[in-house]
Structure formats: C-alpha cells, structure tokens
Write a protein that binds this ligand. Sequence first.
Ligand code: ATP
Ligand code: MG
Ligand code: ZN
Length: 330
Amino acid sequence: MRSRIIAEIMEEYEKLQNEAKAKQKERIEKVYSKIPRIKEIDDEIKKLGISMAMAVVSGEQAEKIIQETKEKITNLKIEKGELLSFYKISLDYMEIKYKCEKCKDTGFIGSEKCSCFKQKLIDKLYQQSNLKEILKRENFDTFDISLYSTEIYPGEATSPRKNMERIFTDCLNFVQNFDNIDRSLFFYGGSGLGKTFLSHCIAKDLLDMGKVVIYQTAPDLINIIKNSRYDDNSQREVIEDILDCDLLIIDDLGTEPNSTGLSQLELFNILNARLLKNKKMIISTNLPLEDFDSIYAERIKSRIFGSFDVYKFFGDDIRIKKWITKSSVS
Ligand SMILES: Nc1ncnc2c1ncn2[C@@H]1O[C@H](COP(=O)(O)OP(=O)(O)OP(=O)(O)O)[C@@H](O)[C@H]1O
Ligand SMILES: [Mg+2]
Ligand SMILES: [Zn+2]
C-alpha cells in the first residue's frame, strides 16, 4: 500500500513541476508581448552564456572573454530589472514558482524527504486529506471570541471569554515558539466549546510552517495501530510516523472503545515514546477530570499531568448556540 501511495505522490510532484513550468512560461510570454525589449535581452543573455562556455572550452583568452561577457550580462540584467520596475512588474515575476520552495516540488532535498512529502504521505495513509478543507474554515483567523460569554460562569472564578482569551493566547504562543518549547497541551471540558476548533487552528499554522502534523481521534489512532499489526513492516512504519511527526493531535480521548486494557497500553506507549523524544502533542477530551481519574491508569495520568499544560474549557455549547442563531434567521 505504501509503495502505491508513494508512486501516486511522485506523480503529483511531476504534475506540480509541469504546472509550475507552464505557468512560468505563460508569465514570460506576457512580459515579452508587453515589453519586447525584454525578449531581446533574454536572447542576448542566452547567446552570451553560450559564447562564454565556448571560450572556456577553447581556452583561448578565456579569462578575458569570460570577464567581459560577465560584465555584459550584468548590464543586461540591470537593464531588464529597470524595465520591469518601470512597468511595475515584480522582479521575480518571470521566475518559476513552486508550491514548495524548499524541495522545488520534487519531494526531496538531496536524498532526504522534504516535510511536504512526509505530510502528503501521512495525509494519504491516514485519510487526513479532508483536514485541509476543514482548516480553511477553522483557523486562527476565523476564531470568533465573541461566541464566549463575558458573564462569570457558575462554579468558575471567571467568564468563558476571559478563560478563552488566555487559552487562545497560549495557543498562539505554542505555535510561535513551537521549536523552542517542550510542553504539550491538554484540553478538557464540555461538548461544543472549541477544543477541536483550537486544535485545528494550531494544526493549520504549523502545516503552513512546513511542520508534519498527524490529527486523529483516539479511536481512529488506536485502530490505525491495530490494523497495521498484521504486518511487521507496516506496523514499524506506522509507529514511526506517529512517533516522528512534529505534532500529534489526539482528539476525543475517552471515546475509544475499551479505554482500559490494550488501547490504554497502546496509548501509553505513544505518549511515553513521544515525550522521551521531546515531541509535542495536543490531547483533548470531554471527560471531566474525575472520570479521567477512574478510567486511566496512574502512569498515564502522571505522564499527562507532568508534561502537558492543562486547560479547562467551560461555557455554553457553541454548537447549540450556532444552531439557535441559524434556525432563528431562517
Ligand atoms: N472560537 C470559535 N469560533 C467559531 N466557531 C467555533 C469556535 N469554537 C467552536 N466553534 C464551532 O462550534 C462547534 C463546536 O466546536 P468544537 O467541535 O471545537 O467543540 P469541542 O470542544 O471539540 O466539542 P466536543 O467535546 O464535543 O468534541 C463547531 O462547529 C465549531 O466550528
Ligand atoms: Mg471535539
Ligand atoms: Zn517540499
């Protein structure tokens, strides 16, 4: 399965490169038809390049010719730059533009996989492809703080708004200092309070920064591991992905079937291994902490509470709020 997916990804890269080249060609043609002098300059630069190469081969007065040609090329480039500026065209308009500048849409930097390759692989292997669509809707820019009430919430010392402002700021900090912090995040609280939304905000920014992110609900994550068990090789690769990604988001912890026993062990191993490697995670759950106490073994709890910053979400269910607003409008 992996090799089929890798072949698919390599085809996508080839397509991306071809598209990048075609778009560059279109832009160049546009410029040439608007400013014919630039075509002359480009042709001249090409010719000079060839004559310089020939001088090197023949060896006759090579040094002098190379020096002179280089100067001519520089002058032509200056003229080209001035023309582009005059027509208010950006200087890199005629350059090729890749989706990923790091690997130039090849998927590799030298012999190393680029992070965009790793992410594509993960998205396909773990059915995360729809995540991109969700992240267009749920991100720091669309986060709406006005959904949280400013009234002090019963049983709490502050309002949901104040509480969320603090959580929001900490999440922004988490993203901005991602490479320098070794704390993970633990979100808990009632349904419909933005725990998944905030995990999405963080995922979006980190993906944009070229980090590799796995987002899975606890039951799906455990299934992924269980299903890979039939083949040693694939299990090793799956575990490697889960342990190596820059951020692992485990959503809806506590909804996995049989929270005791095998899945607990599975979960503990992941948490433990990632923490040992100083790799960050976000875990969210709507279990109250008391329930957490009775479901999860002491060692999972001490792992979580020792290395995670714990945030409580409280307030009125936003799902219901949004639904009421929608139904009163229509
Ligand atoms: N800050 C926000 N701005 C805009 N929409 C929000 C915000 N927070 C949550 N929502 C919306 O409210 C709904 C519930 O949010 P979300 O799924 O994040 O809740 P949750 O805390 O993860 O709940 P659960 O515990 O049931 O998983 C979603 O439709 C989400 O898009
Ligand atoms: Mg959720
Ligand atoms: Zn890349």
